[in-house]
Design a protein around this ligand. Sequence first.
Ligand code: ZN
Length: 79
Amino acid sequence: MSDDARVGPLMPARRVVGFHQDEEGQWVAELACGHGQHVRHDPPWQVRPWVTTAAGRAAFLGTEIECRRCEAGADRSDR
Ligand SMILES: [Zn+2]
């Protein structure tokens, strides 16, 4: 028996603390770790109609999403 089974592909969950739009008008969730993650509404591939409304974004604040940059070991610098 060991704890090795707990080590897996889980990505670290980070709290959403805000939103902003990038230069293309795509919404980016600002995470507590300092990273940003796109939350595109680009049907039919990515369907997130909530992100296009202020109420929908407000409802998403405080929830946790997986941060791919933390998982990849990236630091806070954005290249
Ligand atoms: Zn992160």
